[in-house]
Design a protein. Structure first.
Length: 203
């Protein structure tokens, strides 16, 4: 039986302020519902995310700002940093962890700059919402084996798909789609599916 993460609840003190902050970042506003003066629920979804974020009044007993270590995945950590800054957030500088595996809690063991080899999973940045709820962006370009359903291949946006197609073209040493190359869609599709699933890429 599939059990897919659907919603993360984030505790906030000012619902309107939180709504303005997250929608300004480009997160889709899915719902803003109130049954009375004491209960209100707002749902937003980060671009490309299958899971959503809920906050509001009387939706959690957690203290505002107590949600930490919430992770979002991006394909280009530097571009994500610039976009967050442009949209009014205050992202940290890009960093990697001195251990090279995951990152420590808080700011411990942070090393400035992306991972030296730009390894997938190895580069991060962080930012907080107005209440101090802490988000971490992690750069993932290639999944480790077994991390995704090998039967499903998805892309969060046209740009994400275009970048993947460019990687497939680079792996073959150039572009495809000429009159004498009728099989490139299948080859590229196998490459993209294998890259996402973390399986061996076609030669």
């Amino acid at each position: 039986m599939d059990m897919k993460l659907e919603v993360v609840v984030v505790p906030v003190s000012d619902v309107d302020r939180a709504r303005d902050f997250y929608t300004r970042l480009g997160w889709r506003l899915d719902a803003d519902l109130a049954t009375d003066e004491k209960f209100r629920v707002v749902q937003v979804t980060p671009p490309g995310s299958p899971a959503s974020v809920i906050f509001g009044s009387s939706v959690t007993d957690q203290a505002p700002g107590s949600a930490q270590g919430l992770h979002l995945i991006v394909s280009d950590i530097n571009a994500a940093h610039d976009e967050l800054k442009r949209l009014g957030a205050e992202p940290s500088e890009v960093f990697h962890d001195e251990g090279g595996v995951f990152h420590h809690a808080g700011t411990e063991a942070r090393v400035p700059g992306p991972h030296p080899q730009r390894n997938s999973y190895g580069s991060f940045l962080s930012f907080s919402d107005p209440d101090g709820n802490g988000w971490v962006l992690q750069e993932i370009t290639t999944r480790l084996p077994g991390r995704l359903d090998t039967e499903a291949t998805t892309f969060s946006s046209v740009g994400d798909l275009a970048d993947a197609l460019r990687r497939a073209a680079a792996a073959e040493g150039g572009a495809a789609g000429t009159a004498n190359d009728q099989d490139w869609p299948e080859r590229y599709a196998r490459f993209l599916a294998g890259e996402q699933a973390g399986t061996e890429l076609p030669a």
